[in-house]
Ligand binder design. Structure first.
Ligand SMILES: *[C@@H]1O[C@H](CO)[C@@H](O)[C@H](O)[C@H]1NC(C)=O
Length: 429
């Protein structure tokens, strides 16, 4: 049996058999109170979470190998959770093996969890773990249930939690329920559709108990229910009720029941659909959540006030650039000029004056920038309006070339000619 460990900053990985590894994560045990007066303060205690038997691909390359040294003497002050993850398997857990090596931060928070209908301090004990890996789509909330420890006189009790420790000084647990999402944020176009992913897994076969799914939208301090699904086990068959509060929201009941896929579909998105979506999955007496951000985006339509611009040598002129019907608000407009002799455009010496934002009935915005073109500008110069907006992959630009004025002397000459011709015509008659 191979027994090595990869030491990799904040966590270690121990591959001890083909295709299986232990992942060791640094976590915080978060408890309410503890501060003076206890006014809703949270205390954080370092804790370690060891996921046993995480499946790894056989071609894993292990970079830094050092022998693994388990704590030689069990210490009742240390908080070390050992969690079996064979069933249910944590989706995408191989991300955890590489996260820290790729300098992605693993966020791991644990707290005591009290299932509905049970009492604090009852046996077994439960913990909720929230795991997020920065930069990759790994967001999981899971519930650990403590396993029974055969107690004798030598059994140590963890000092802070009051729970019996195994012979190696760990808290033995298993994952019994988890809710996860492959996405932290989704951007979708106005009037378009979006799917917000939320999945769950539980130790018992699905629908062994009554279950419920609730999707809520939270935005600027206000919340509303978007959709609710409930299964009832009144009769042998059971029944499922889906109630969509938002028109055009749905979930696929077959996906929920067969695959543990509680994803929410939204059609014909509006600006008011934007916000934090909270997916809560209830099963039996447990519930877990994931939060997914939905951003509605709409790129601006950009146009210039003039299609043709003839220079007036005696008075300045105004050229306007319009950005219309975009969302969100943060659009930027900048003017550039490209003289006939230049190869690269340069920022216009003075920028246009901006109109105030106009908001339309559908929540989108419009903005204009008015540029004063000095009579001194060289004819042939290209004037460019560049608009940047989060909904644009790159910026959008529109331009017009300043044309030479028709010379005044030309008209004097034409007038003179006409008068002369008329004069001679009269004389000849
Ligand atoms: C989950 O279900 C949604 C439909 O509700 C579907 O679009 C999506 O592809 C499914 N996701 C997975 C991972 O099966």
């Amino acid at each position: 049996m191979m027994f090595v460990v990869v030491l990799c900053g904040c966590f270690m990985m121990c591959v001890y058999a083909d295709g299986v590894a232990d992942v060791v994560l640094s976590c915080s045990l978060v408890e309410e109170g503890g501060g003076l007066g206890g006014g809703g303060l949270f205390t954080r205690t370092p804790a370690t979470l060891v996921f046993k038997d995480v499946a790894v691909a056989s071609d894993e390359s292990l970079e830094t190998l050092t022998p693994f040294v388990p704590p030689s003497v069990p210490d009742p002050d240390l908080i070390i959770f050992e969690a079996k993850v064979s069933s249910p398997k944590i989706p995408n857990s191989e991300v955890l093996l590489h996260a820290d090596c790729n300098e992605q931060e693993v966020m791991c928070e644990m707290s005591r969890y009290t299932p509905r209908g049970s009492q604090d301090g009852s046996d077994p004990a439960y913990f909720m773990v929230s795991l997020n890996v920065e930069g990759v789509e790994f967001n999981t909330a899971l519930i650990l249930q403590t396993l029974t420890v055969q107690k004798d006189q030598k059994t140590l009790i963890q000092n802070k939690l009051g729970l019996p420790l195994s012979e190696t000084g760990t808290l033995l647990t298993e994952v019994i329920f988890l809710v996860f999402s492959h996405v932290k944020a989704v951007s979708a176009p106005l009037r378009g559709d979006a799917v917000l992913h939320c999945g769950f897994k539980q130790k018992d076969t699905p629908l062994a108990q009554e279950m419920g799914i609730e999707w809520r939208l939270q935005h600027r301090g206000r919340g509303r229910k978007v959709l609710e699904m409930k299964t009832k086990l009144d009769d042998v068959e059971g029944s499922t009720v889906v109630h969509a509060e938002r028109r055009g929201s749905s979930l696929d009941v077959v996906q929920v029941v067969d695959k543990g896929n509680a994803s929410l579909s939204l059609t014909h998105l509006k600006v008011v659909d934007e916000g934090s979506y909270i997916c809560t999955v209830n099963t039996g007496n447990f519930h877990c959540q994931q939060v997914i951000q939905l951003h509605v985006i709409q790129p601006p339509q950009v146009s210039l006030s003039e299609e043709k611009l003839v220079l007036k040598t005696n008075s300045p002129q105004t050229l306007s650039c319009h950005s219309s019907k975009y969302y969100p608000l943060d659009a930027q407009m900048e003017w550039f000029s490209l003289a006939p002799t230049d190869t690269e455009p340069t920022v216009f010496p003075h920028q246009g004056s901006l109109s105030s934002h106009r908001q339309h009935g559908d929540g989108t915005f419009s903005l204009s920038s008015h540029l004063t073109i000095p009579p001194s500008i060289t004819p042939g110069t290209k004037i460019i309006c560049v608009v940047s907006h989060p909904a644009l992959d790159t910026h959008v630009s529109v331009s017009v070339v300043v044309e030479s004025p028709e010379p005044d002397s030309y008209w004097w000459f034409v007038g003179f000619l006409v008068v002369t011709v008329l004069f001679f015509y009269q004389v000849m008659k």
